[in-house]
Every structure is written in structure tokens, then in C-alpha cells.
Design a protein around this ligand. Structure first.
Ligand SMILES: C[S@@+](CC[C@H](N)C(=O)[O-])C[C@H]1O[C@@H](n2cnc3c(N)ncnc32)[C@H](O)[C@@H]1O
Length: 231
């Protein structure tokens, strides 16, 4: 395993004792919706990168096989305790860097990245790794905050980036350039509610995707209905 000195997991090591109390309930509501909506089939193999304390765990159907990875040992310790306490045989966690996954190519049917794209130092590299370990035609599912497209709000959050970056996350990630740079093929983009700060991207893994990435359909997108986007 690579030794990683990344600061991005330091914050979460410090936060681990409070993480579930602060974020657990809000994050879980969102993740339960996203995971249930995927209707994950029997025996599917799922990788969740940056799994943290395992906020999402209760939402996974017991008929799939889930591996969570994270860099912060105190977060992983909490995830492990939940697995033990609930006797969840379909779940396991490992300490690993999302930027250097130690899995063979095409190992998973689904790769999930929940609230982690803006935390890792190199989001593009993370998606390159996700695509590598996801089988062709598999799903790459991302939940993240992206900088608002409303000019004033967008510039304001971008202006905060140097501050939040010191703490361990970025606020200058814009959706369209992210999709273009990762060459993701996005089948659906939506928000759980109109006011949600978080966007859900459901991508399909095409190993040799179109240059620039693409969005195929956007059935649930509030934005999408008003303003269909092509990346
Ligand atoms: C905001 S938390 C999200 C945790 C969980 N996905 C959730 O939704 O509650 C971000 C997580 O990403 C982890 N992380 C940061 N950089 C990472 C990396 N390079 N590889 C793996 N995990 C990383 C942090 O340790 C932290 O647990």
C-alpha cells in the first residue's frame, strides 16, 4: 500500500468522533435515496471510495458485496464497529488511497464516491482510478457539491477556496469542466431536492468514452428540465 501523507484525511481523522453526529443523519437521507434508486442487483460488487464512517452502509441491499476504502484510520474504525455491531457480512472496509487503488482492472460493477470528490487532492485522478477498477458498462456514482452556476454565488464560493483548501476540501469545483476533464459519460444528473447543495451524477463506465464526456439523459434533473446541458 502506498504511504500517503495527504492532508485531506487529517481533517477527517480529527473529525471522526463527531462526524456521525454532525453529518450522519443529513448525509444518510441523501445517500439512502441515491442507493435505493440504483436498484443494485443481486451479487453486484460495489466499491465505495472515501467511505468514512460508513454513513451509507444501512442503505446497501444485503444481496450485494460492498468494499469501502478510506485513508483515515479513525473513520475506518467507526465503519468497522458498525459492521461488527450489525453483523453485516456483505460489507468490509480497507485502508487505501482513492488515487492509487489496489484492485485489478474491471473488478467492480459499481464505484461510488459520496462527498469525497472535492476532498481528494486530485479529483480527476480519482475518477481515472474509479474507471479503471469499474467494469465496462458498470456504474460510477458521484454525490458532491459543485460550485454554483449563478455568477455571484459561484464567485463567492470560489473566493472561499483558499480558506477551505487549508482545512481540507475545495470549493472551486465546477460540474461541466469536471465532467469534461474526467470524460465521464453521465446518464443522469439530479438533485434530491430543489434547494439541495449536492448534485448526484450517475455515470456509465465507457472505457474509451467520447472526448469531453457526455450527458445522455437527465430524467430527474431540476436544472436539467429548465436548462438541458451537454458537456
Ligand atoms: C466528507 S467525508 C465523506 C465520507 C462518506 N463518504 C460520507 O458520505 O459520509 C470524506 C472522506 O474521504 C476520505 N478521503 C480523503 N482523501 C482520501 C483519499 N485520497 N483516499 C481515500 N479516502 C480519502 C476522508 O478520510 C473522509 O473520510
Amino acid at each position: 500500500m502506498n504511504e500517503v501523507g495527504a492532508h485531506e484525511s487529517k481533517l477527517y481523522s480529527d473529525l471522526a468522533p463527531l462526524y456521525d453526529k454532525i453529518f450522519g443523519k443529513i448525509f444518510y437521507t441523501r445517500l439512502r435515496f441515491v442507493i435505493e434508486d440504483l436498484d443494485i442487483p443481486h451479487a453486484a460488487s460495489v466499491l465505495e471510495v472515501g467511505v468514512g464512517t460508513g454513513t451509507s452502509f444501512p442503505a446497501y441491499p444485503h444481496h450485494c458485496d460492498v468494499t469501502g476504502i478510506d485513508l483515515a484510520p479513525p473513520m475506518l474504525a467507526r465503519a468497522r464497529a458498525k459492521i461488527r455491531k450489525n453483523g453485516w457480512n456483505h460489507l468490509k472496509v480497507l485502508k487505501m488511497d482513492a488515487l492509487h487503488l489496489e484492485f485489478p482492472d474491471n473488478a467492480f460493477d459499481y464505484v461510488m464516491a459520496f462527498h469525497v470528490v472535492s476532498v481528494v487532492p486530485d479529483p480527476i485522478r480519482m475518477i481515472v482510478e474509479a474507471k479503471r477498477v469499474c467494469r465496462p458498462g458498470g456504474r460510477i456514482v458521484i454525490v458532491n457539491h459543485f460550485t454554483s452556476r449563478f455568477p455571484i454565488l459561484g464567485h463567492l464560493t470560489e473566493a472561499l477556496d483558499p480558506v477551505t483548501r487549508r482545512l481540507g476540501w475545495r470549493t472551486n469545483l465546477r460540474l461541466e469542466p469536471f465532467v469534461r476533464a474526467t470524460q465521464l459519460t453521465i446518464d443522469r444528473v439530479y438533485k434530491i431536492s430543489k434547494l439541495s447543495l449536492y448534485t448526484v451524477l450517475v455515470g456509465r463506465n465507457e472505457k474509451n468514452t467520447y472526448p469531453g464526456g457526455s450527458v445522455k439523459t437527465q430524467p430527474l434533473g431540476l436544472d436539467a428540465k429548465e436548462n438541458p446541458r451537454r458537456f
